[in-house]
Design a protein around this ligand. Structure first.
Ligand code: NAP
Ligand code: MG
Length: 502
């Protein structure tokens, strides 16, 4: 069963080989202040890919100071907006020129199939930087008509949209490169200086991105990268000289960041977990709906904040849809991300493996029935962190695995009666990130899109993304929006300027 695995490109081997990867601080690659490093593992077999500097609070202090210096000297903040735009286009071109290296690194580090990284993660990243390169010279204020009643003079009032300052960006491991791009694109377009903290599991593509940022000519200190663990993230969230934190990750850590932000009232945006409902009505194209329901949960091995982890199917077609999704699940080929025929790779880490199999076990103990999957695949694959795609029925909303985000390839299927019933069930969660609706009835589709409390709704599709379209949560899925013109709000503040003209 051993599948042929793609040999990494020479450039990838070179990137991985050699001494431990360093931190990027003030335009220089430096070892961590403590000299400590940590191992980055290949989740397909647990082997060591690289050693990476373990940054801690001391390194965070240096990185924040470098970002502050760069912001205050104004080389980037006050750069011609057209030049800023050009730099961002150059970065996008450089990523494109290294697209295959990024795809392979992402596959090795995260576990995702290299074909998926080539088709989704990398091109979306390139598009994202191009989209925000286009914004860099269009972040305009307004001219406002004003006439204070207590002064007969005339005034010109206008607004400036100024960069918010030093920004900390803390990102997760599920789309390491793309999550870095989602955060960096808008911040760079607005003229901020940044400290990026990649997830400990997947720091590699961010470090390659950092090299390109330096090569294409961004001024020193505009992007600083501190690899490390949660303590480095916490030091950023606590830091008095950080003006804003943008975080993607768990709701639990998101709450800690909000608490830490109180020290200097730094701005916070949060993109947190989800338990997204995917709703299929009996009048839908059942083949399309079943295929989409499978990819809604199995794409990226279920490690998507917007994964369609709760599947709601109108009663008359419940058995048919659940059967079809289970058939698709059984046909998914598991394997290392670097094997060309792999459709689903390993989970990112042994912790995630334990977490996901723990939820599966709790579901079984609480009486749910797994009609496919239900554990690890066995055999050689058990050297890595693989879990079988799993479809549960006989589920109840009070089960632990229904209340909590699993973040793995595990879907629970509920039957429903009508629109009111499914709207109530869909909204019975602390989360509100995304939802899917499948129906051929246009009025039903729009009414449901309104009824679901979620930041993104997909009708007759799932997992559609574009740099231009906003993404973010309702309820405990977080606040603030990434992407589109909306994300520019996160990285600018508005100054109102009054000028007496008469
Ligand atoms: P996590 O702990 O929320 O990690 C996300 C990021 O926050 C990482 O860079 C992490 O650093 C950092 N971090 C950890 N503790 C911190 C703190 N106290 N202050 C500031 N930053 C901190 O997520 P996880 O542990 O990797 O995964 C746990 C669960 O979170 C998953 O099972 C899933 O349910 C959810 N999750 C959601 C998303 C999403 O896209 N919404 C993404 C990832 C995970 P380290 O990596 O060094 O710990
Ligand atoms: Mg963690």
């Amino acid at each position: 069963m051993a599948t042929a695995v793609l040999e990494p490109k020479a450039e990838v081997k070179q990137f991985l080989g050699g001494p431990a990867k360093k931190l990027l601080i003030g335009g220089k690659w430096v070892a961590s202040a403590s000299g400590q490093t940590f191992e980055v593992l290949n989740p397909a077999d647990g082997s060591v890919l690289a050693q990476v500097a373990r940054g801690n609070e001391q390194d965070v202090n240096l990185a924040v100071a470098a970002a502050r210096k760069s912001f205050d000297d104004g080389k980037y903040r006050r750069m011609s907006v057209h030049e800023r735009s050009k730099l961002m286009y150059r970065l996008a071109d450089a990523i494109e020129a290294h697209a295959e290296e990024f795809a392979q690194l992402e596959s090795l580090d995260n576990g995702k199939p290299v074909g998926v990284a080539r088709a989704a993660d990398v091109p979306l990243t390139i598009e994202h930087f191009r989209y925000y390169a286009g914004w860099a010279d269009k972040i305009d204020g307004d001219v406002i008509s004003v006439a204070p009643p207590y002064d007969p003079g005339r005034f010109l009032n206008y607004t400036l949209r100024e960069p918010v300052g030093v920004v900390a960006q803390i990102i997760p491991w599920n789309f390491p490169l793309l999550m870095a791009a989602w955060k960096l694109g808008a911040a760079l377009a607005c003229g901020c200086s940044i400290v990026l903290k990649p997830a400990e599991q997947t720091p590699l593509s961010a470090l390659l991105l950092g090299q390109l940022v330096c090569e294409v000519g961004f001024p020193d200190g505009v992007l600083n990268i501190v690899t490390g663990f949660g303590d480095a993230g916490a030091a950023l969230a606590n830091h008095r000289d950080v003006d804003k934190v943008a975080f993607t990750g768990s709701t639990e850590v998101g709450k800690k960041i909000v608490q830490a932000s109180a020290g200097n009232l730094k701005r916070v945006t949060l993109e947190l977990g989800g338990k997204s409902p995917n709703i299929i009505f009996a009048d839908a194209d059942l083949e399309v709906a079943a295929g989409a329901a499978a990819s809604a949960i199995f794409f990226n091995h279920g490690q998507c904040c917007c994964a369609g982890s709760r599947l709601f199917v109108e009663a008359p077609v419940y058995d048919e849809i659940v059967g079809r999704v289970a058939e698709i699940a059984k046909g998914i080929k598991l394997g290392p991300g670097m094997a060309p025929d792999t459709q689903m790779g390993p989970l990112v880490s042994s912790e995630q493996l334990d977490r996901v199999t723990g939820f599966i076990k709790s579901g079984l103990e609480e009486g749910a029935e797994a009609i496919c999957g239900g554990g690890r695949p066995g055999g050689d694959l058990d050297k890595g962190y693989f879990v079988q795609p799993t479809v549960f029925r006989k589920v109840r909303s009070d089960m632990t695995m229904i209340q909590e985000e699993i973040f793995g390839p595990v879907v629970a299927a509920f039957p429903f009666k009508d629109m009111a019933d499914v709207a109530a069930q869909a909204n019975a969660t602390q989360y509100g990130l995304a939802a899917g609706i499948f129906t051929r009835d246009i009025m039903k589709a729009h009414r449901m899109a309104e009824a679901v409390r979620a930041g993104t709704v997909w009708v007759n599709c799932y997992n559609m993304f574009d740099a231009a379209s906003p993404f973010g949560g309702y309820k405990q899925s977080g606040y603030g929006r990434e992407m589109g013109k909306h994300a520019l709000e996160n990285y600018t503040q508005t100054k109102s300027v009054w000028v007496r003209t008469e």
